[in-house]
Design a protein around this ligand. Sequence first.
Ligand code: SRM
Ligand code: SF4
Length: 592
Amino acid sequence: MSDTPARAKNEIIKENSHMLRGGIADGLSDMSTGALAEDDTVLLKFHGSYMQDDRDVRAERSKKKLEKAFTFMIRLRIPGGLVSPKQWIALDDIASIYANGTLRMTTRETFQYHGIIKSNLRTTMQAIDKACLDTLAACGDVNRNVMSTANPYLSKVHRAAYDLARDLSVHLLPRTGAYHEIWLDGEKTGEKTGEKVVEKAGEKAVEQAAPVKPAKDDVEPIYGPLYLPRKFKAVVAVPPDNDVDIYAHDLGYIAIVEHGDLVGYNVTVGGGMGMTHGERDTFPRTADPLGFCTPEHAIKVGETVMTVQRDWGNRAVRKHARLKYTIETHGIAAFRAEVEKRLGFALAPPRPFTFARTSDTIGWHQTPDKKWHLTLFVEAGRLKDRPGVTARSAIREIAEADLCQFVVSANQNLMLAAIAPKAKAKIEAILKAHGVSTAVPSGLRRNAMSCVALPTCGLALAEAERYLPTLVTALEDKLDEAGLANDDIVIRMTGCPNGCARPYLAEIGLVGRGPGLYNLYLGAAFDGSRLNKLVAQDVGHDKIIALLSPLFVRYATDRAPGERFGDFTIRIGAVKATTGGNQFHADIQLAG
Ligand code: SRM
Ligand code: SF4
């Protein structure tokens, strides 16, 4: 028997890829198919794109013996979700010219385009580059887009959190020249540094895009030739907001503020959502506290956490390759010891903080500098024009008038930030003219989040984005009857168990099992600190309503003062409190 451990297929693809080049460039010029070769689609992810096909027409095309309707999804890397008006206009143009006319805001503070055909892929990437943005490492076995509590203009601590997100994202970027060679006019490593114009955002200059600088000798100083065993996700939270859902991520930083100043970060490790139905050794897990570090050490600590995972992570079985499984296997104490050994110093104990919510506060608010900020609720994050409500056009008009900065939130909403007092009325008038409401939606709808799912996601088992609004409308009726129309209750839906809308951290979680069927989870904490638990399997629309309606009625009458819905469902015994890690599946209570 060989001493070499078995390796997952993707490890071999990465190893043979010549630093993520593979055959992508050749595949792009092959006009005999709308697809790329399978191995190249693995590498394409590191460049921020996925090959997909329109699943609505799959069966019909197969009957006609036609190739699948292949298109590409492109995901941008936008640390902290911040874009300038000029960038917004460029992004909006790209949506019309190359994609399906929509801008899809994701659960990780960035945009996705859907429906790009292969022959437009390179031109789209170039248009994104021209907007001083990029897609490098937006997907793939690397550090992904780094999120921070939305809106750097709220306070100096928010600005520091944004700066950390941006700097960490840049620090952990791959250094291969492949991205520049393949997408940016074939320029070779080092010839084009990728240094970009830094946009100035009003009086408070914020660097919108950081340089993407390929290493001259085409090495990966941090990743090495095999990159990571699996994706790696980092976020920065500013309490009391946990909008980034710190416990869902591989690496988290919780800003610790003492006497109004940022003194450092509590670092968390080992969170993750994805699992596979029926496989109990896959599970969502909430992150563990690792320790406290000062702001100067934050990036080094993050890099060290990531490189321990690079070396310790499971490269044989991709389903067990995330950091959460590494920590389950080795234990948090051993993981911390290794991080501290490599750092050369010990982390301090975590400091006290309090989270209040994971949701955004929809509507207008003003900061002490007199600037206004508007958080617009965007259903399922899909910004588009529809008859009577031309939301995409409204935002474009606001960008053209240069009235604010734009921030995508981790809840798929859009913040119009840093609005001068005199610009508020102009923004209100533009939104009104386009039929865009700034009214605050019901307590359930404003806390609703769904993943893309059908028709583009190849892994979807059920609808999510196209169905959750309908379900919410039906549940709103029941909540209204119970007098709970304005109560915040977090509901999230995904089309499969991968967890892209973080459904296991929702007070009501719905996870697709098959067409029209979902598993229902209840009992997560409103502040995102506790997972929910399965209560009913394979339930459809009517059954979901039938299961939830009596709980709403009881919640309205029997709740303790200030008691959240998730906590209430545990107290009354509708669901058991969850334990983390591989205990997630224990004691499943099936109610329906
Ligand atoms: Fe995700 C895969 C969409 C956030 C866990 N995710 C996918 C793919 C690319 C499907 C695929 O692999 O073929 C989906 C593309 C759908 C489409 O048509 O656009 C997809 N994920 C999304 C987005 C767009 C959902 C949304 O509606 O906003 C989010 C984009 C994030 C971004 O901008 O970077 C998105 N995905 C998440 C999150 C939430 C988060 O990170 O905060 C998770 C759970 C957290 C985590 O990673 O543990 C998540 N996505 C997954 C997984 C499961 C990973 C795992 O560890 O098991 C997959 C499948 C995989 O990687 O094999 C996946
Ligand atoms: Fe696709 Fe599943 Fe992610 Fe939804 S949760 S976007 S269905 S992978």
